[in-house]
Ligand binder design. Sequence first.
Ligand code: HEC
Ligand code: HEC
Ligand code: HEC
Ligand code: HEC
Length: 534
Amino acid sequence: MVKDDQKGAGQAALGAPALASRSSSFRLTALVLTVVSLASATGFWAASWLRKPDPVPQGRTVRGYRDWPKPDLAIVLSGEMHGYLQPCGCSEPQKGGLARRYNLIQSILKDRGWPVVAADLGDVAQANGPQALLKYRYAMEGLQKLHYTAIGLGANETTLPLLSALGEFALNNPSPRVLAANLHNMDKDYPGMVKSMETSAGEDGVPKVTFVSVIGPSVAKQMQENDRSLQFDPVEKTLEALLPEIQKTKAQVRVLLYEGSEEEAKAYAVAAQNSPQKLPEFQIVVWLSGDLEPSEKPGQVGNSLLLSVGHKGQYVGIVGYYGQGSPFRYDLVPLNPEFETPEGHDQDNPLHALMQKYAKEVRDDNYLAKYPHNAKHPVQIAYPAATYVGSEKCKKCHDNAYDVWKNSAHSHAYAALTEKAKRPTLRQFDGECLRCHVTGFGQEGGFVSEEKTPLLKNVGCESCHGPASLHVKNPNDASIRAALNPLKAKIGDKPASRLNRMHDSCQTCHDLDNSVHFNVEKYWEKIIHTTPKE
Ligand code: HEC
Ligand code: HEC
Ligand code: HEC
Ligand code: HEC
């Protein structure tokens, strides 16, 4: 089922579908040389509606956070949500989503009695699309409901642009705190909206964590391309100047949210290790994974763990802190369907109401009207007068093709949004969903809304063949017909090259996020509609 929230125009497909394997956990001799003896796992599992832990397989001692003894503090790290408020994609297995993150953090970990703090690297926003700013606000409100302490800034935030992003949330919400220590002149240009660092409250003897965020040179460059007014101070100089303030917090744990590459983050960790009097050291450094799949095993530089948690909100990293001098534990947790709220429990998870509010705002403020429809289909480049007419018009002359289509999923793809999509509903008003569930979205003469273009609901004949008005008027024109069937087998065509062309055309919708099991041969077989030979 459903739901990614952000397949807005320009959302690139994920490079490779992530493996959903359960992560193992690692004990990390980070700070320390002494090894603590492990208390046995608590076995405490209060969120009884969530899946019980699997038995630990033979040959492995500790599997993941489920099998850890209670830490003094669990530090939850996330990043690069890219606007994915919901699990990513339309077909199982989907990973991610703020509601599942809530269940993990606020139900499972807290029900175990673990103190938790959470922070996000940044790149909360998606890069473009009419809903990007709105989604940024909802994402930040979501992270607030998850009781995040600190959130960095990513390059995507600067496309909104930055001042709009901050005005949308940070201006009126001191918590979670938005951080970017080396944003030049932040107090003057963004008064009260961006800070260098934030320290968790650490009440009732819970260890304190100081989070600091910096923008690395590679990301700073990208940000300046997005917004020429932005300037950044050098990372080392900034952190050197912050050292006294960081020391003053007396936090047991220091986390650096490094908006930059692994190399850049590593270079800082090495520099800090070499001059600990001058530069603050961080036990945990989170870097930007970009398109990379995150590793289950963090890197290490001296006393610092270096880790990244992937993108689209599909994973969170959990660091277990067991006191000064003890090794950390780390578990990279994929937000698989096991973290979904069970039917009937939506009121236990405020993120569902928040997502419904979001979908309602998309409808009520008519975001659909903000989508341009001026793209030209290749058929319209050859024949500028060609426009969309809807599949019913084809029935008369192509009854075989019509019947195949009518019995296929494509003919009721719109109902997937009106009837199947839940948590939230109202997705037929969301351009990010409609894009692949109607005919000619974004194209000249294509779908505009259910009221204005009722015949273009669903994935129609023209979703694949292009606007066919001229053909309907003039069915005997062979060159118009040819334009409607670019995928037709050509003389001398190898079967493989035809399949490749078809694959590319199907993939405009059946992409890696939304059709994980797509296989062109198998899928085409289900909708094959060649004209019967007389
Ligand atoms: C008035 C009759 C008529 C209507 C209406 C009609 N077609 Fe056709 N179509 C034809 C004829 C005749 C051919 C040529 C014989 C064939 O391939 O079936 C054709 C061929 C095609 C081809 C194959 C082109 C090729 O050269 O391989 C496609 C694709 C096609 N039509 C799509 C559509 C679509 C989409 C619609 C509805 C929007 C539609 N047609 C409506 C009569 C019609
Ligand atoms: C990039 C194209 C694309 C976008 C964007 C998209 N979908 Fe889909 N959706 C698909 C495809 C393709 C399938 C069929 C997947 C399959 O069966 O392999 C599908 C299937 C579904 C289904 C399952 C239908 C069924 O019969 O089980 C639902 C529900 C759905 N989508 C809802 C949504 C919602 C909600 C959104 C917006 C958040 C959305 N889709 C955005 C392409 C897309
Ligand atoms: C999901 C995409 C898709 C949809 C939807 C679709 N078609 Fe096609 N159609 C194709 C492809 C791809 C081919 C070319 C197959 C080939 O050459 O083997 C094709 C071929 C055709 C042909 C030529 C058949 C032949 O014998 O050469 C006609 C006619 C046609 N389609 C009409 C329609 C009509 C009418 C509809 C709607 C009722 C429709 N198609 C819906 C993808 C689609
Ligand atoms: C404009 C977007 C779009 C294009 C292009 C498209 N599809 Fe689809 N397809 C969808 C959507 C959306 C669904 C899910 C509809 C639903 O279940 O409600 C779907 C569902 C399907 C299904 C049903 C899947 C199932 O498990 O039952 C098949 C088969 C399929 N598509 C084949 C194809 C093939 C083959 C092509 C290329 C020739 C293609 N599609 C091109 C959007 C598209």
